[in-house]
Design a binder for this molecule. Structure first.
Ligand code: PLP
Length: 397
């Protein structure tokens, strides 16, 4: 019998929607032409790329159009990481006299490690702190941004704790100082409504594989009127703003996923929040010494970061894995270290809690029955691990 999989790791990646997979297939087989070709076989594919561009623009309510009516604010890239890199690069090229970049301590490594490279190039980098719920304080941003600031980059939603950040207000603060504003919206797009029509956001990053499109396709939104310099330099693709032959099958699939997200988001948000709350309530009821991390008033509907104090997150994951339950831990073990994640540490979570943190991230494919299965398996796993933990034994009661 095939092992049952309960996939609760959707902030890592998502299942490609069947409709999106079906939409991309013809572009791998019958319609494999290069959209830049003069012949109709290739050139006709460009219409499909433009259709997908319009669908992505629709999901973001990005209303900018060029003279031909194309959604000119959407640039297809290879992933969220590339889009993040491209936005930071573009801001520093556009405002060359400004040598400061402002962001937050809870960003994804795609931002933090890129900022580190700019620090080594001589830029001043200021990262805003967060409080114990992972929230930023806009007064800190007011203080940090000055006439030397080229870019403020603040994520729309955090991948570990799900917090949603006040990016429109932050953009106003950046603009008042003449700086540009970027938001990494990789975890937010498709989960919460986004409206770029007010022109407040200059750059926005999204990634296909977080919203049921394939891996290896991303978008950088660049507001009309921002002069953009390409990060990937090459041919004239994407109107000279991103070199490289377009990943047509994935672009078409992303267009399809964007249409589905737009049509179903309102309903899915409610369902996801119900499932997440059911999970959290069940855990709180059946397991002692547990904390739910993040800003519970203002977070993504699909994300739950839970600390099971006095045990190791990795051990919990391994035991969940035996039951086919996929989640992820709050440590940076993928980088070879077992240090708790920078997000949890910046929230000053006690070490004993940060170490035992699990992120459950849901999608439209999850069911209440799956959550009940998790709620059945989890309490005995936690008590078993605690029975072997000297920290649990010695805890202050
Ligand atoms: N930004 C955030 C907030 C993310 O969660 C991720 C992926 O986990 C990325 C950027 C990187 O996206 P990609 O995997 O498409 O490079």
């Amino acid at each position: 019998m095939e092992k049952r999989i309960i996939y609760l790791d959707n902030n890592a990646t998502t299942r490609v929607d069947d409709a999106a997979a079906a939409a991309m297939l013809p572009f791998l087989t019958e319609r494999y032409g290069n959209p830049s070709s003069i012949h109709t076989f290739g050139g006709s594919v460009m219409a499909e790329v433009e259709k997908a561009r319009m669908s992505v623009a629709g999901l973001l309510n990005a209303t900018g159009r060029d003279r031909e009516g194309r959604a000119s604010e959407i640039i297809f890239t290879s992933c969220g990481t590339e889009s993040d890199n491209a936005a930071i690069n573009a801001a520093t090229v556009l405002l060359p006299k400004r040598r400061k970049l402002v962001s937050t301590v809870v960003e994804h490594p795609a931002i933090l490690n890129t900022l580190d490279v700019f620090r080594r190039k001589g830029f001043e980098i200021e990262l805003l702190p967060v409080d114990d719920k992972g929230r930023i304080n806009l007064a800190d941003l007011e203080k940090a941004v000055d006439s030397n600031t080229a870019l403020v980059s603040i994520m729309l939603a955090n991948n570990e704790i799900g917090n949603i950040y006040p990016v429109k207000e932050a953009a106003d603060i950046a603009h008042a100082a003449g700086a540009l504003f970027h938001t990494d919206a990789v975890q937010a797009v498709g989960k919460v409504p986004i409206d770029l029509s007010d022109g407040k956001i200059d750059f926005l990053t999204l990634s296909g594989h977080k919203l049921h499109a394939p891996k290896g396709i991303g978008v950088l939104y660049v507001r009309s009127g921002v002069r953009f310099t390409p990060f990937v330099i090459g041919g004239h693709q994407e109107r000279g703003r991103r070199g490289g032959t377009e990943n047509v099958p994935s672009i078409v699939a992303l267009g399809c996923a964007a249409e589905l997200a737009r049509a179903n988001m309102a309903e899915e948000r409610v369902k996801l929040a119900e499932l997440r709350d059911h999970l959290e309530e069940g855990v709180l009821k059946s397991i002692p010494s547990v904390r739910i991390n993040g800003d519970r008033q203002n977070r993504l509907p699909n994300t739950s970061s839970i600390s099971f104090e006095y045990i190791e997150g990795e051990s919990i994951l391994l035991m969940l894995n035996m039951f086919g339950i996929c989640a992820s831990s709050g440590s940076a073990c993928t980088t070879g270290s077992l240090e708790p994640s920078h997000v949890l540490m910046s929230m000053k979570l006690p070490y004993t809690a940060a170490h035992g943190t699990i992120r459950f991230s849901l999608s439209k494919y999850n069911t209440r029955e799956e959550i009940d299965y998790v709620l059945d398996k989890l309490p005995p796993i936690i008590s078993r691990l605690r029975s072997m933990s000297p920290y649990w034994e010695n805890r202050k009661k």
